[in-house]
Design a protein around this ligand. Structure first.
Ligand code: PMT
Length: 404
């Protein structure tokens, strides 16, 4: 990973995770970046500016420093000339200031002044990370094109377990590197991705669904767009925000997903189906809420169309990648899907494994191909799984070209 010749600003804010920013600074400079550190007043209560100044071999920019010289403009200029602003750790407070456009210290002023990519690595307590105020602020920043890395889920300084941990430093480093020099190896592709669950209504208030959060499919969309693909995401209902630069078609039912996929299939050169489509729908959904009864209720379910199978049958020159969510006999069952659905690659996850499948931030997959190849990946963040899947797509394209 190289950041040779790149100039970064590293903003450090007042979180216990500030000590990890020291390691992050070392990793960035080792990768070749010149790094100017900006610290908020709160951050300086956790780590001394001297530590960052020594490792970055540059003065650290602080509010006191700017006040002493009464010259914020040179500070701003230095930061504006940088290739990227990285804030790690980013506290809930700093995130709120950025989301509101407040400029009451050097770092928040820099955020408003920079036109370069901004990466935030949030770190806070779990309850704060889950709070709608924080969620909405992060969503707002994402809509403005700010890139988020994490927060990760795990043990927190408070002793709690949950979301709010600073993302792994490797993940932050990778996000920065990709933003500054992403390989554009998918620039000639139009990638159509499905993500999330489908909801099959029983009546206006109840539905049948699957446990998909959409994270796997959204990670694929983020990776595809970062690598230059025109990316179309057909998404069932999720709590996620469409990645920047991705065209997103929101759907609810399997039939709507099918319609959306086929409405855009002609443009696609690659199709990846990460959605967990409900295999059945209610035969006769009620128009009004079904009243509660004391007797058993029998529902008639009818099969939904297998969208992937239909796409596989009509794939033409496209590369088609399916997923398989299994709870046992992973390779055997997945191999059958690879063959019957005429796929180029099949990504199989055993969703009964810890850290794999539905809703978690990681996945544990094997990638099967029609030649009998079985690539087992280690437990990885979903974004990295996405990267490895798209690496295989690129490899396949090099091998087969655009078949007719
Ligand atoms: O969304 P997350 O919470 O991040 O979870 C990720 C995931 C577990 C949903 C994902 O990794 C995954 O495994 N997606 C496929 C889940 C699934 O529906 O598997 P399946 O074995 O039932 O289906 C096989 C393939 O056929 C899938 O590509 C599916 O999208 C497709 N399919 C299935 C049924 C159907 N009616 N139409 C389809 O296109």
């Amino acid at each position: 990973m190289t950041l040779q010749g790149k100039q970064l600003v590293l903003g450090v804010t007042g979180s216990i995770a500030a000590y990890k920013a020291v390691e992050l600074l070392r990793a960035l400079t080792t990768a070749g970046a010149g790094v100017r550190v900006v610290m908020t007043a709160a951050a300086q209560r956790f780590v001394s500016p001297l530590t960052f100044a020594t490792l970055s071999r540059q003065d650290v920019l602080t509010d006191d420093g700017a006040r002493e010289t009464e010259a914020i403009m040179p500070h701003l200029a230095a930061a504006q000339e940088a290739d990227l602003l990285l804030v790690a750790p980013a506290t809930a407070h700093t995130i709120a200031k950025f989301a509101q456009g407040l400029a009451d210290d050097l770092l928040s002023t820099l955020f408003l002044a920079t036109t370069q990519p901004v990466v935030l690595a949030p770190a806070m307590d779990a309850a704060m990370a889950r709070h709608p105020a924080v969620q909405e602020n992060l969503a707002r920043l994402q809509r403005w094109g700010v890139h988020l890395v994490g927060p990760a889920t795990g043990a927190l300084a408070s002793g709690q377990w949950g979301p709010g941990r600073l993302a792994d430093l490797d993940e932050i480093l990778q996000a920065v590197t990709e933003l500054l020099s992403p390989s554009q190896d998918l620039r000639d592709e139009v990638v159509l991705i499905t993500a999330g669950p489908t909801r099959e209504p029983l009546d206006p208030v109840r539905y049948l669904t699957t446990r998909s959060s959409g994270k796997m499919g959204y990670a694929l969309a983020e990776e595809a767009v970062a690598r230059g693909a025109r990316t179309i995401l057909v998404s069932g209902p999720t709590a996620l925000h469409p990645p920047h630069g991705v065209e997103c078609l929101q759907v609810e039912t399997a039939l709507q997903m099918r319609e959306a996929v086929f409405s855009r299939l002609a443009e696609a050169t690659v199709v990846i189906k990460a959605a967990a489509v409900s295999d059945y729908r209610i035969a006769q959904p009620a128009d009004a809420k079904l009243p509660k009864r004391d007797t058993p209720l029998t529902l008639e379910l009818v099969p939904n169309p297998d969208i992937l199978k239909e796409v596989g049958a009509k794939k033409g020159t496209r590369i088609v990648v399916g997923f398989a969510a299994e709870t046992g006999e992973l390779v055997q069952r997945a191999s059958r899907k690879l063959t019957t659905k005429q796929l180029d690659l099949l990504v199989a996850n055993d969703v009964s494994q810890e850290g794999a499948g539905f809703a978690c931030n990681t996945n544990l997959v094997i990638i099967l191909d029609p030649a009998g190849g079985v690539e087992e990946l280690p437990l990885l963040p979903k974004r990295q799984v996405a990267r490895r899947i798209l690496d295989r797509v690129v490899g396949l394209r090099k091998k087969i070209g655009y078949r007719s």
